[in-house]
Design a protein around this ligand. Structure first.
Ligand code: SF4
Length: 751
């Protein structure tokens, strides 16, 4: 037997590229190429995907559990977890155990399938995720506008003629909350067909350089700019009465009244974007035949994150571009039933103990996790479960959280690495290599710019007795519950509960059927595969277990596919299944109490007062502020142990405008000391005119210089952690999202 080939989805970013892996006889990945036959990515691959083999075969990857730093068997590790968690719960109660779920979990099939089961098993209100250092404002805004925090419109990149992008740099990040393989190529295609791209960003990024127009904007002021666009649309009578939205929008007059105070002339000095430019931008947006406004992480990680996220889709609605081809559209993932019972969105069902911050989506802000660990009193967090995250680097004021983690009574981490966070864990449970792991993007296909499905079975079988990632998470859930139940029973319970709901819900394609009959029809593979099969069969393109399909019009879109099952997806479409361009589906999505789009939700409207006050009294603006930065060869803190991705020149530099560098008396390569309320760091200066004066930029996810880690390559390329100076006290109040952009700092040349 010689080399062989396996195909799979790349799990390293949101772009969903298909990969072709070459494996040797021992199962090692020897080559990675783009999968030419993938109908979505068509062979595209970036430098990260090309190094999947190095990540897969990384000698620093943990193969077996660690208990108190020593290699252990799985039974012993889970026995320790069960005993120590039970002790903490018995002493301090259920809320004393917190869960932190990191960003890589969204790139796995097991994470979305089992994450909530672990939280439910614990019965804790202390759930934290990377979402509150990233995209929670978008969830909140969509929850208020459309009723569902997961109903996030994405720019219809392949058909739009005009794209206005804020705080997004897809040439480095490959896109986010908009899954699109070869995002750069799709942007170039917009221009090639005569469209226009405008990028709004404090830096002239590679994306901005590709665009037709780049507007420098002062960090943290996007909400003023967006409000001024709304103002202009109303003031110049440019609001479109789109037929497909007629009678489906509430709050137009309230919004008009809110926008009165934000004339372009009034916001120009705050944003740094001239009034005439703002007016022209609004006119161009209104005049474009097909346009989309897209805001990403730079707009979310701000003090006005939710307002920004809301205003992006306000503009899409006011210009008639929501839910229409070429505008901002809602993907229809193959695994998500369209008949789900949806509850109107609400936040604040409980509050954090120390700072009283509202729960959002069942989570509390990661910005307050250190408070909850450090502050004595009833309900104090004394134990932590982390799953695929590194908050000791990625949380705001990370040094404080790092110290807090060291004081926990117990910590267990599901992670393949001993990194800055998991070095604090008493037990580490490592998932298998990517090549040994099945994949289906549950989270990201709901954000894809074409409807698409792909299942990747493991390319390499697991050795006897080695648990899969799903096995680990299911066993962790039952261990956390303290019931001692068989983990397989957890999946059975979830399958049964899902089928019982499905046969009872109006609109369901299996309404009135017998759950037992449906259960017997499921795929005969692993329990994970059975659950995925169930989801696909109940989904819009599914076979409805031989019944009437859920989606009767336009079945299968461009592909004409109906009757989808996991078996069909796996055997007939090993390179992925294109389910066509996005289709209008507002009726399926909307679940506000009114049944309409809430253009001016009261929560957002109330927060505009804060914006208005800041406009009237800009305070001490004018000082230096820090923003983040993406790089194509990096993804948060995950990939810094891959030699190919960290070699070459240092990318963890402090970019600053040459005028600021001159004022400080620093040259390229000098060390600059950056200080904020939260802390200080020293970084190597990189003067560049691509960043506006008064702004400095440092990438995040670095700072691999802590003792007790086992990531040898990353330690040799440690970099500086930007979150040494971000401030856990600064959040967007509506979403609890950390403010990681526009952080006030002072600079001096280091001695
Ligand atoms: S763009 Fe993202 S999904 Fe595609 S190969 Fe690169 S890392 Fe993987």
């Amino acid at each position: 037997m010689g080399d062989r080939t396996a195909f799979r989805t790349c799990p390293l970013c949101e772009a969903l590229c298909g990969l072709e892996l070459t494996l040797d006889e021992a199962g090692a990945v020897t080559r990675v190429r783009g999968d030419e036959k993938d109908p979505f990515s068509k062979g595209y691959i970036c430098p990260k995907g090309a190094t999947l083999g190095s990540l897969d075969g990384d000698p620093d990857r943990l193969a077996e559990p660690l208990v108190a730093g020593e290699v252990s068997g799985w039974d012993e590790a889970f026995e320790t977890v069960g005993r120590r968690l039970a002790e903490v719960v018995a002493r301090h109660g259920r809320d004393a155990v917190a869960v932190y779920i990191g960003n890589p979990t969204a790139h796995s099939i097991a994470g979305p399938l089992y994450g909530s089961a672990i939280v439910k098993a614990l019965g804790t209100r202390n759930l934290y995720t990377a979402s509150t250092a990233d995209q929670m404002p978008k969830h909140v805004a969509c929850g208020h506008m459309f009723g569902d925090p997961l109903a996030i419109p994405v720019p219809d990149l392949d058909r739009t003629g005009h794209l206005l992008m804020l705080g997004a740099n897809p040439l480095e990040s490959n896109g986010s909350l908009a899954s699109a393989p070869d995002f750069p190529g799709r942007l170039k295609a917009i221009r090639a067909r005569g469209g226009k791209i405008t990028v709004v960003d404090p830096r002239r990024t590679r994306t901005a350089a590709l665009a037709d127009e780049h507007l420098f904007i002062r960090p943290g002021t996007d909400a003023f700019f967006l409000m001024a666009l709304v103002h202009t649309l109303f003031a110049e009578d440019l609001v479109t009465s789109a037929e497909h939205l007629a009678g489906r929008v509430n709050g137009l007059d309230d919004l008009r009244a809110l926008a009165v105070d934000f004339a372009p002339e009034d916001v120009a000095s705050v944003t740094g974007v001239g009034a005439a430019t703002i007016r022209r931008t609004a006119r161009e947006l209104a005049a474009a035949e097909r346009a989309a406004v897209y805001g990403r992480i730079g707009t979310c990680t701000q003090a006005y994150g939710t307002l920004n996220s809301w205003l992006v889709d306000v503009l899409n609605t006011l210009t008639g571009n929501l839910d229409r081809a070429g505008g901002a559209m809602f993907p229809r993932p193959a695994h998500a039933p369209v008949y789900r019972r949806k509850r109107p969105f609400t936040t604040g069902r409980w509050r954090s103990r120390v700072r009283g911050l509202p729960e959002v989506n069942g989570e509390l802000p990661v910005a307050t996790l250190a408070d909850e660990i450090e502050t004595p009193g009833e309900g104090r967090v004394r134990a932590l479960i982390t799953i695929g995250g590194n908050p000791a680097l990625s949380a705001p004021n990370a040094a404080r959280l790092d110290r807090a983690l060291a004081g926990l009574e117990f910590m267990v981490s599901v992670d393949p690495y001993l990194n800055e966070t998991t070095r604090h864990a008493h037990v580490v449970l490592p998932p298998p290599r990517p090549a040994q792991t099945p994949h289906y993007d549950i989270a990201l296909t709901g954000l894809a710019v074409r409807d698409y499905a792909r299942y990747s079975p493991p390319a390499v079988p697991l050795p006897e007795g080695r648990p899969s990632e799903a096995d680990i998470l299911a066993r962790l859930a039952v261990t956390a519950s303290g019931t001692g139940a068989d983990p397989a029973r957890l999946d059975e319970m979830i399958i049964r509960a899902t089928l019982e709901k499905a046969v009872a819900l109006p609109g369901s394609p299996v309404l009135g059927r017998e759950p037992d009959e449906l259960r017997k029809m499921l795929d005969t593979g692993t329990l994970t595969e059975q659950r995925l099969d169930m989801m696909l069969r109940l989904g819009p393109y599914g076979d409805a277990f031989g019944g009437e399909p859920a989606l009767r019009e336009e079945p299968g879109g461009a592909s004409g596919v109906t009757g989808l099952t996991l078996t069909r997806l796996r055997t007939e479409y090993p390179h992925g299944l294109d389910l066509g361009a996005l289709k209008p589906r507002l009726d399926e999505v909307l679940c506000t109490t009114s049944g309409r789009i809430e253009l001016c939700p009261s929560t957002c409207a109330a927060d505009v007062d804060r914006l208005r006050s800041a406009l009237r009294d800009p305070g001490t603006s004018g000082g230096m502020v820090l923003i983040g930065r993406r790089h194509l060869r990096s993804n948060n803190s995950w990939l810094h142990n891959v030699p190919e991705l960290v070699r070459g020149s240092n990318t963890c530099t402090l970019q600053l405008n040459p005028a600021d560098a001159d004022r400080l008396g620093v040259a390229a390569g000098d060390t600059v000391r950056v200080t904020s309320r939260a802390g200080a760091l020293e970084a190597v200066a990189e003067p560049t005119d691509t960043i506006m004066a008064g702004v400095v930029s440092l990438p995040h996810g670095w700072g691999h210089d802590r003792p007790g880690t086992r990531t040898r390559v990353a330690s040799r390329h440690a970099g500086v952690n930007a979150n040494a100076v971000t401030d856990e006290q600064e959040i967007d109040p509506l979403s609890g999202n950390a403010v990681l952009n526009g952080v006030p700092v002072t600079l001096e040349a280091a001695r």
